[in-house]
Design a protein around this ligand. Structure first.
Ligand code: HEM
Length: 273
């Protein structure tokens, strides 16, 4: 991913916009070359499904539509999930007792390769994921345009106004979250759910365009973190606070250096029941 937003939106060689356009062309070629074969021989994957999808009148997406959807999906699905994992790694490095709690939960499953129903049991990872998404939502601003006048906090926002909804701000509001800056996955303990207001927590957005991948993201994150927990311990110095670059999606400005220690193989299950 590019490190930040281009200030000059003109393809000056060496500049960010130029690099971005070059990278986009590579993705266009990568997906473009594969559309025809996916149309001929579809699999169960989303790329194939986009190639096959038809509306009520039997119309399909053009090749360019399919490619654009796939490029969007790369960001929507991949960058969000990796940044969530990154935030979780950071908070677990700073809170070793939570790291150990999750490791014990993973060890209790007694296997490395998980099946769908195993993931339900990794409730601690689920709680830590929700808290990391609260403190560091990968999509920290959601752009919208009002389609009609809206009353908000005593003011009228006219139709056609560009508004930015910020999960980051909402999820750090003291009126919704006691001690909002504190990492506390217990906020999402089953006996404290549901939340008083569903819109106080919006890392996946809300309404018609709410994330379609939120459950898939959780499955993927649990699967990956389970492997890491079984194989490694990691930490950061006690005074360390991750600097965040919010220019695009919130990513560690210093690439988050962690001390990684391999656990002895005898400490993790090597065979699957
Ligand atoms: C932790 C990971 C993820 C986060 C935080 C996240 C966040 C979001 C947010 C905030 C939106 C709403 C944007 C809006 O309202 O304008 C969104 C939409 C979307 N997400 Fe995710 N997402 C994640 C993972 C995924 C995954 C894994 C996929 C696909 C496999 C995915 C696919 C999509 C798509 C296709 C949309 C657009 C939905 C629409 O416009 O109708 N996301 N996501």
């Amino acid at each position: 991913m590019l490190a930040g937003t281009a200030l000059v939106r003109f393809p000056v060689p060496g500049g960010r916009w130029h690099r971005g356009l070059q990278a986009r062309r590579r993705l266009e070629q990568f997906f473009g070359r594969r559309v025809a074969s996916r149309r001929r021989q579809p699999g169960p994957d989303l790329f194939s499904q986009l190639c096959q999808a038809e509306d009520d009148r039997g119309q399909r997406f053009s090749d360019a539509d399919v490619v654009n959807h796939m490029i969007f999906l790369m960001m929507a699905a991949h960058d969000t999930s990796t940044l969530t994992l990154c935030a979780m790694m950071y908070y677990l490095a700073r809170h070793p007792h939570w790291q150990q709690r999750l490791r014990e939960e993973s060890r209790a499953l007694g296997k490395t390769r998980l099946i769908f129903t195993d993931l339900e049991q990794l409730t601690g990872i689920g709680q830590v994921m929700r808290e990391a998404l609260r403190l560091m939502p990968p999509v920290h601003g959601i752009p919208r345009r009002t389609v009609k006048p809206v009353q908000f906090n005593g003011a009228t926002i006219p139709a056609g106004t560009f508004v930015m909804i910020s999960p980051y701000v909402t999820q750090h509001m003291a009126r919704h979250w006691p001690a909002p800056e504190r990492f506390d996955p217990e906020r999402f303990a089953p006996d404290r759910l549901p939340l008083p207001d569903p819109y106080q927590y919006i890392p996946f957005g809300g309404g018609a365009h709410k994330c379609i991948g939120l459950h898939f993201a959780e499955l993927q994150i649990k699967t990956i973190l389970h492997q890491i927990l079984l194989r490694f311990e990691w930490s950061v110095p006690s005074h360390y606070r991750m600097p965040v670059n919010f220019t695009t999606l919130p990513k560690p400005a210093d690439d988050l250096p962690v001390y990684l220690t391999a656990l002895s193989p005898s400490r993790h299950p090597s065979t699957n029941p």
